[in-house]
Ligand binder design. Structure first.
Ligand SMILES: [Zn+2]
Ligand SMILES: [Zn+2]
Length: 534
């Protein structure tokens, strides 16, 4: 949920507007976006939204944030093409508001001049920002690593970073994601030898799951497929869409004739096919998890096939990924993970890269951003070692840091938080829904089926209770045995008019069953009444 607001006088600008993927305890919540209530304080003054790169954690909330912005959205062409489908999906009008910018370009927004600097990351066209303000220059790194041999030949603009450092930088805001990794992260090319081994030994299909935004990983695999005479099929919505976008913008080079549709895979011998799939995190609706349970229309796994997980497991997803692997193993596929061969490299710089940036910039103030608190703390430690004269400022979400003639200090804290979004539409999940889901997870579900004569309101037969996810303990077992009788007795006392009204009788059943479980077993299962009219 990356988002930073910079304000000076009457002008404010936003850097990034990201989403977060929900933790497993947020049942059925699809997206978590930043609570933008604090932006109301800046109503009418937010003159621009500036995007550093096209990852979800930096652009996913743009449709929700854009209505708070009066001016344009700036980003690299690739970043903007990642944003437009989201705006279209949400029906947000952005006509003429998306402005593509190039590295080293400068734009002016009120008292600010914003300069874009190319960085290397796991997605093309990622940029850092040098924001020139009346108080001095602020550098925001965005996400980065220092890839000395980038696949697209577009180098990190260390020269300009050093120049800015030499001229004097007020504050550096730096990506801390991999601060606790020693050494260097390495280049996206580092996975080539590992994949070469896979390509030279695989006798069936090669199926690789990775993030659909990992265009460089796609490039490595497409080039190897070309070299080893395999056709390439992109499988899964995100893979298909992003490969098309990247090829159209020239950031993904596809040799002519190499690409086939997933529906044509079965027309080729298995050893001539490479599939690039979504689903590296075990997401139930994505391509690889469907393939693993033999529920994909076109792609089947056979026992000569090799499946490579070419992505980091986002914490919390390990179990889902493990289940996908088990299904694949049952179908006889060979599974390769990053632990077995070097088939994944991170997009975030490790300690030595962070230290290099710190020593080039030598800022007066340093603010570690992006990462868990322990990683921010580690980045702070690196900064103290590299530039002892720099003052490190630790911030938490919502902190307002003021720079003035006296230096920098936290002066306020604004409301921050998360908004939980259910589905792709803006449907906020309120406390009530989340409470239902918590009951469902904690106390299970009881379905009460009651057949009623529509004329007389008499029960046509004894009620049935179907329980799911209810712990077996003596109290609940006893209750489940007695509940149909208790419910029948309770309904017998209800007036006929209520019993013949399906809506009213449903609510009555729900209340009665809930009460029984609360009183006798101290449980609050979700009760779902089903009324059959006979
Ligand atoms: Zn990123
Ligand atoms: Zn990020």
């Amino acid at each position: 949920m990356n988002m930073m607001l910079v304000a000076c006088g009457d002008t404010a600008l936003l850097v990034d507007a990201g989403v977060m993927f929900p933790e497993p305890e947020l049942f059925g919540v699809d997206l978590v976006i930043p609570d933008v209530a604090a932006l109301d304080m800046y109503k009418g003054r937010i003159a621009a939204l500036i995007l550093t790169h096209g990852h979800e954690d930096h652009i996913g909330a743009v449709p929700y944030v854009l209505p708070h912005v009066t001016g344009p959205v700036y980003g690299s062409p690739f970043t903007l093409t990642m944003v437009t489908p989201k705006l279209d999906e949400h029906g947000v009008d952005y006509d003429g508001r998306l402005i593509a910018v190039a590295p080293r370009q400068r734009i002016e927004v009120g008292p600010f001049t914003i300069e874009f600097l190319r960085v290397t990351h796991s997605i093309p066209d990622a940029m850092a920002l040098a924001i020139h303000t009346p108080q001095g220059v602020i550098i925001h790194t965005g996400d980065f690593k220092i890839d000395q041999t980038p696949l697209d030949g577009q180098r990190f603009d260390l020269h300009r970073l050093a120049e800015l450092g030499a001229q004097g930088v007020l504050a550096l805001f730096g990506d801390s994601t991999n601060a606790d990794n020693p050494g260097f992260t390495g280049s996206d090319r580092d996975v080539i030898p590992g994949f070469e081994e896979v390509f030279s030994s695989a006798r069936g299909k090669i199926i690789v799951a990775s993030f659909s935004t990992s265009i460089y990983r796609m490039q490595v695999l497409v080039d190897l497929a070309d070299q080893f005479d395999r056709k390439v099929a992109f499988v899964g919505r995100g893979m298909v869409r992003n490969s098309e976008t990247a090829a159209r913008l020239g950031v993904l080079r596809l040799p002519p004739g190499i690409q086939i549709a997933d529906s044509d895979i079965r027309d080729y011998p298995a050893q001539d096919v490479l599939c690039l799939c979504t689903g590296s995190q075990g997401e139930p609706m994505a391509a690889l998890p469907r393939i693993a349970i033999d529920d994909h229309r076109y792609v089947k796994v056979d026992d000569e096939d090799v499946v490579v997980f070419s992505a980091r497991a986002i914490p919390g997803n390990e179990k889902a990924i493990g289940r996908v692997m088990n299904h694949l193993a049952k179908r006889g596929a060979e599974i390769i993970t990053d632990g077995m061969k070097h088939v994944h490299v991170s997009g975030h710089g490790s300690a030595e890269e962070l230290k290099l940036v710190l020593s080039l910039v030598q800022p007066r103030f340093f603010v570690p951003i992006h990462g868990e608190y322990r990683q921010l703390a580690q980045h702070a430690r690196l900064a103290r070692a590299v530039c002892p004269a720099t003052k490190v400022q630790m911030l938490e979400d919502g902190d307002v840091l003021r720079f003035d003639a006296d230096g920098a200090r936290v002066v306020d804290r604004v409301q921050t938080g998360r908004i939980l979004v259910d589905g792709t539409r803006m449907g906020e999940v309120g406390d009530e829904i989340l409470r239902d889901r918590r009951h469902l997870a904690g106390d299970g579900l009881v379905v009460a089926v009651v057949a009623i004569n529509g004329q007389t309101g008499e029960l046509a037969r004894a009620p049935e209770l179907i329980a799911r996810g209810i712990a077996t303990d003596p109290r609940q077992d006893e209750l489940l045995r007695e509940a149909p009788g208790l419910l029948e007795a309770a309904l017998a006392t209800v007036p006929r008019d209520e019993r013949t009204d399906p809506g009213l009788v449903k609510e009555r059943i729900r209340l009665e069953v809930q009460r029984m479980f609360r009183k006798r077993a101290n449980r609050r299962p979700l009760v779902l009444p089903v009324v059959l009219e006979m």
